[in-house]
Design a protein around this ligand. Structure first.
Ligand SMILES: CC(=O)N[C@H]1[C@@H](OP(=O)(O)OP(=O)(O)OC[C@H]2O[C@@H](n3ccc(=O)[nH]c3=O)[C@H](O)[C@@H]2O)O[C@H](CO)[C@@H](O)[C@@H]1O[C@H](C)C(=O)N[C@@H](C)C(=O)N[C@H](CCC(=O)O)C(=O)O
Ligand SMILES: Nc1ncnc2c1ncn2[C@@H]1O[C@H](COP(=O)(O)OP(=O)(O)OP(=O)(O)O)[C@@H](O)[C@H]1O
Ligand SMILES: N[C@H](CCC[C@H](N)C(=O)O)C(=O)O
Ligand SMILES: [Mg+2]
Length: 490
């Protein structure tokens, strides 16, 4: 594509600038990945400033540079105010606005995003619609899975992935939209048809500083809904009526709103709810009819996830019978309230709860279904929101009968200090112990468990590594738990 054509996507670029037009073979934001003919976009990151790597990019064959500051070099330099936002528009244009053609659902909120994307995958697949998923666990195109670094990748990876999905005949894309992505403009240039809000509770205050800033980032998904001039399809906002943030989110969009909830009057509701260790049963009340759902998903929070998925599926014109079949058939989501069972006499559950609210939800649910004691093994990630640490520890000992505090992904922090942050306000020392090594902590909890107890291993869910420093070591809570159960049963 010619540079001038590519730049037509930037409304804020000064079109009078004069330079010799060049052919652009690809876009790169990493100088090490620049190939001949690439447009190199300099991103001022959290670790380094991409503007420092212009020489390397030019040496590797960059045909032009997009930057936030004047740069002296042998190829054309296009100055923009914000390269992150420019990247989103340029990548969308380069890949020919894939989301104009690809129906797109975006899910935002503190907890439940991944679960809802997989519920929707099940619903669309039951309706014989080929899906693509972008989110925390992986990128999925049909049944092919690809590793992912971020829940919502940067705009370049994102638009390229959409293009791959179109080439693979994907008919519906469902993606998680993190607050970081919204704040950093990773999803500008995406044409969402349906935007879902799950809930808002404390997380990521290291990045957003206040809950209001965090909510504002979430609201951008709704503010963006239907604002593009690229397609004129009807758009829908799906909003949790029981969350106190709903009022602000409703005011953020001019598009049609479908609400869901259990406590307040909403368009999609659940009543007659029965929760057990085997799953959840409820009457699903919708504008297109009522059904009874018998799901294997456990816990009240999953009832909310099912309501959100139902509301979105209705917006996408999926028949209620299909929604019913999908809800009844979904087996569970990787690492979300996943049971590890080798026939032992006590329950072992691995879950991705790594926020105060999610930990409270899963512990409450564990307590409701446990016949006897609940043990929890939990830590907090390093280089992340420090203020959630004491809250999570307090919740752990409030709900569980006994807690073992351990490491999550310490990253570049000292794991002992992370645990100190967690337990600093705890006084009831008989209710917990500290075992820094996560494998030993899981083993100990499983040693303690006897008939009808539950061991909840929280925080890492589907993760198959533990990051210590900058190194990711193989580590899977489910594997470690299985080994520990086998060792105990010997
Ligand atoms: C804080 C944050 O969002 N960081 C993201 C950011 O990294 P960064 O700002 O540190 O990048 P950097 O290393 O400073 O590099 C700046 C620029 O220089 C370039 N560079 C760098 C070196 C070089 O030799 N040449 C060169 O050109 C880089 O390619 C980059 O374009 O850009 C990277 C590439 O797009 C992201 O992978 C990275 O996410 C990191 C891994 C991360 O942990 N992000 C978290 C906070 C995050 O975004 N989380 C949310 C979800 C959270 C949730 O749902 O709970 C997410 O969506 O994943
Ligand atoms: N609707 C919900 N409300 C509260 N907690 C939930 C909800 N759904 C799931 N959870 C809890 O939160 C954890 C994470 O769920 P899920 O992965 O679906 O959320 P997410 O929003 O994608 O999280 P992340 O931001 O880390 O990607 C689950 O393991 C469960 O403990
Ligand atoms: N997307 C979240 C995942 C947290 C998972 C938890 N295991 C941790 O490492 O803190 C984050 O990057 O904050
Ligand atoms: Mg997720």
């Amino acid at each position: 594509m010619k540079l001038k054509e590519l730049l037509s996507s930037l409304s804020f670029y000064n079109r009078n600038s004069f330079f010799k037009d060049v052919e652009i073979s690809d876009i790169a934001i990493d100088s090490r990945e620049v190939k001949h003919g690439c447009l190199f976009i300099c991103i001022n990151g959290f670790t380094v400033d991409g503007h420092q790597y212009v020489d390397e990019a030019v040496n590797n064959g960059a045909a032009a540079i997009v930057a936030e500051q004047p740069i002296n070099c042998s190829v054309p330099v296009i100055n923009v105010q914000d390269t992150n936002r420019a990247l989103a528009m340029l990548a969308a244009k380069f890949y020919q606005y894939p989301t104009d053609k690809l129906p797109l659902i975006g899910v935002t909120g503190t907890n439940g995003k991944t679960t809802i994307t997989y519920l929707l995958e099940k619903i669309f697949n039951t309706n014989n619609v080929k899906t693509g998923i972008i989110g925390t666990i992986q990128t999925k195109i049909g049944n092919q899975v690809y590793p992912i670094e971020n829940t919502t990748p940067n705009a370049l990876i994102l638009q390229r992935t959409f293009r791959q999905m179109i080439d693979a005949n994907v008919e519906q894309t469902i993606m998680e939209v993190s607050s970081h992505a919204l704040d950093l403009g990773r999803v500008y240039g995406c044409e969402f048809d349906i935007a879902i809000f799950t809930n808002l509770s404390q997380d990521h205050l290291d990045y957003h500083k206040t809950l209001d800033d965090y909510l504002h980032a979430k609201s951008l998904l709704f503010a963006q809904l239907g604002n593009s001039y690229h397609n004129n399809k009807k758009k829908f906002a799906i909003i949790n009526q029981d969350d106190s943030a709903c009022r602000i989110l409703k005011r953020s969009t001019a598009q049609e709103i479908i609400t869901y909830g259990c406590k307040n009057q909403a368009d999609v509701m659940a009543s007659n709810i029965t929760l057990s260790a085997k799953g959840s049963q409820f009457r699903l009340i919708t504008p297109i009819g009522n059904i009874v759902v018998n799901s294997k998903l456990i816990g009240m929070f999953n009832v909310y996830n099912m309501l959100a998925a139902t509301a979105a599926a209705i917006a996408a014109n999926i028949p209620l019978t299909i929604i019913n079949t999908a809800m009844d058939n979904i087996q569970g989501v990787d690492g979300r309230f996943e049971t590890v069972s080798l026939g032992q006499s006590f329950g072992v559950i691995v879950d991705y709860a790594h926020t105060p609210d999610s930990l409270e939800n899963v512990l409450q649910t564990s307590k409701e279904i446990a016949k006897r004691k609940v043990y929890v093994v939990v830590g907090c990630g390093g280089d992340r929101d420090r203020s959630k640490r004491p809250l999570m520890a307090a919740i752990a000992i409030q709900y569980a009968d006994y807690a073992i505090f351990t490491s999550d992904n310490p990253r570049t922090e000292d794991p002992n200090l992370i645990i100190e942050d967690m337990i600093i306000e705890l006084t009831d020392t008989a209710k917990f112990e500290v075992i820094v090594d996560r494998k030993k902590a899981i083993n100990k909890a499983i040693q303690y468990a006897s008939n009808d107890d539950i061991v909840l291993i929280a925080g890492k869910g589907h993760e198959t590594y533990q990051q210590i420093g900058h190194v990711k070591y193989d580590f899977d809570d489910r594997e470690i738990a299985r080994e520990a159960i086998k060792a105990k049963e010997k």
